[in-house]
Design a protein. Structure first.
Length: 234
């Protein structure tokens, strides 16, 4: 493993095009890169630092969207008919195999997940099965970490705000059945509905979208200025 000096010297000898053209392929259900515990900028595991109350002087606001897990389900859904039982079982098994490193207990874990993420009142409905599969990935990748972070910060009485975003604009870039997916809050944070469709956010914005954007921007800017979300008054 190179030390910092060797790494810097190596980078200086590289052409910038060689660096930006590199592709990073993360393992399934993992992110491409994360925080590096260097002992300086990040002195320890972020979870340990939060448990020790190292972030008490900071107010935080964080949240999730209703259907964050869409990216993991959209690829196995070829049409509007939902998810078959075999696709559901395969997805859960693949999920466990890629994230759970111990052979002991895998079968129990698979069956537990299938049980918890089956709507037993509508278990034969492939569209319902698709919805619960999205919920599985949403909970694992976004909801559980976000809630754990908020709980750790709030444990010490530090101002902590948590939101759940359920709305998304009407667009042909996403399946009609999808809920508010990862990043769907972004146009509302930056007031895009007030401007109109853009190349990046090519949506059919309504008056309700404009009003929602005004509310979201007020909450976010109030928090940035005062550390509190405050009331929205029209």
């Amino acid at each position: 493993m190179l030390d910092t000096i060797d790494l810097v010297e190596c980078l200086r000898e590289k052409n910038y095009k060689e660096l930006i053209q590199q592709s990073i392929t993360p393992a399934t259900y993992h992110i491409a890169f994360g925080p590096v515990i260097d002992g300086d900028v990040i002195p320890d595991d972020p979870q340990i630092l939060m448990e020790q109350g190292e972030f008490l002087n900071y107010d935080i606001m964080l949240g999730v969207n209703q259907g964050e897990g869409l990216k993991f389900v959209d690829g196995i859904v070829d049409n509007e008919d939902g998810v078959s039982l075999s696709d559901f079982d395969f997805s859960v098994s693949n999920f466990v195999d890629n994230l759970y490193g111990y052979p002991e207990g895998k079968d129990t874990l698979r069956e537990t997940i299938k049980f918890m993420y089956t709507d037993w009142a509508d278990k034969e409905n492939p569209e319902t099965r698709r919805k619960t599969l999205v919920a599985l990935f949403t909970d694992h990748q976004w909801v559980a970490p976000a809630v754990a972070t908020a709980d750790l910060h709030a444990r010490y009485g530090s101002p902590t705000y948590f939101y759940a975003f359920y709305h998304h604009c009407q667009s042909e870039m996403k399946p009609s059945w999808a809920d508010s997916a990862h990043g769907d809050e972004v146009p509302y944070v930056f007031g895009i509905p007030m401007i109109g469709p853009t190349e990046l956010f090519n949506c059919n914005f309504s008056k309700n979208d404009i009003m929602l954007s005004a509310v979201v921007m007020t909450y976010w800017t109030n928090f940035a200025k005062t550390g509190k979300q405050g009331r929205v008054v029209f």
